[in-house]
Design a binder for this molecule. Structure first.
Ligand code: ZN
Ligand code: ZN
Length: 216
């Protein structure tokens, strides 16, 4: 790894405190969520926090991946709490202007086996409150099978068709959010990232637009 990546960054922001806005990046598997998050890391100042995908943290750490109804509920509840606590920690620190979340709390609805009513009851949350918690939702559409969907990611177990179905469920899960952006799968990767970065730029204060300075 080059020293550039191991070095820490300082920031040119004039403000020491920012008002935090949270953004959920959602979409079916293979849509390029992680790649866009990584680009945002290079593009913006360190006051833009990146929250990793809770499901990946859990499943890559050995959390059971059981396909029974019970097994799926247990996993989704664990994912929800990991997500919530990450968001809580970033909010507590009071220095971040933006929290870019690799999936948000309502993503769980797409994976929950027993319907939305049971999801909200089990987690003791309301749709309206969760929706209002995110300043924006960016939905990256999953590419169709002939257009680049692959299973290179070892955490990815879905087939291309399942991935498309999930993408539609995710669209439903975030229905009603007043600030939703869809980025289509047929666009080239650079078009996708340019669009996503433009949206992100519009949601953070200008002081956080510059990537800051690398200090070796
Ligand atoms: Zn900054
Ligand atoms: Zn700033």
């Amino acid at each position: 790894m080059s020293s550039e990546f191991t070095a820490s960054r300082t920031c040119f922001c004039v403000k020491e405190r920012h008002k935090l806005r949270k953004i959920a990046i959602t979409g079916g598997p293979g849509a390029g969520k992680s790649a866009i998050l990584n680009l945002a890391k290079m593009e913006f100042c360190p006051h833009v926090a990146l929250l990793p995908e809770a499901a990946t943290i859990l499943f890559s750490g050995g959390f059971w991946r059981d396909d029974s109804s019970h097994g799926r509920i247990v996993a989704q509840r664990a994912i929800f709490y990991v997500q919530k606590e990450m968001e809580r920690f970033i909010t507590m620190q009071k220095k971040f202007s933006l929290a870019l979340c690799d999936r948000g709390t309502l993503d769980g609805l797409a994976y929950w086996p027993t319907g939305p009513k049971s999801f909200f009851e089990s987690l003791k949350i309301s749709r309206d409150k969760e929706l209002s918690d995110y300043a924006a939702v960016i939905h990256l559409r999953t590419p169709p099978p002939e257009n680049g969907y692959n299973k290179k990611n070892p955490m990815r177990t879905e087939s291309a068709t399942e991935a498309m179905v999930l993408d539609e469920k995710l669209e439903k899960a975030w229905k009603g959010h007043p600030n939703r952006f869809f980025i289509d799968s047929c666009e080239s990767f650079s078009e996708k990232t340019e669009k996503a970065l433009k949206i992100l730029r519009s949601l953070i204060p200008t002081c956080c637009h510059s990537p800051g300075k690398w200090t070796p």
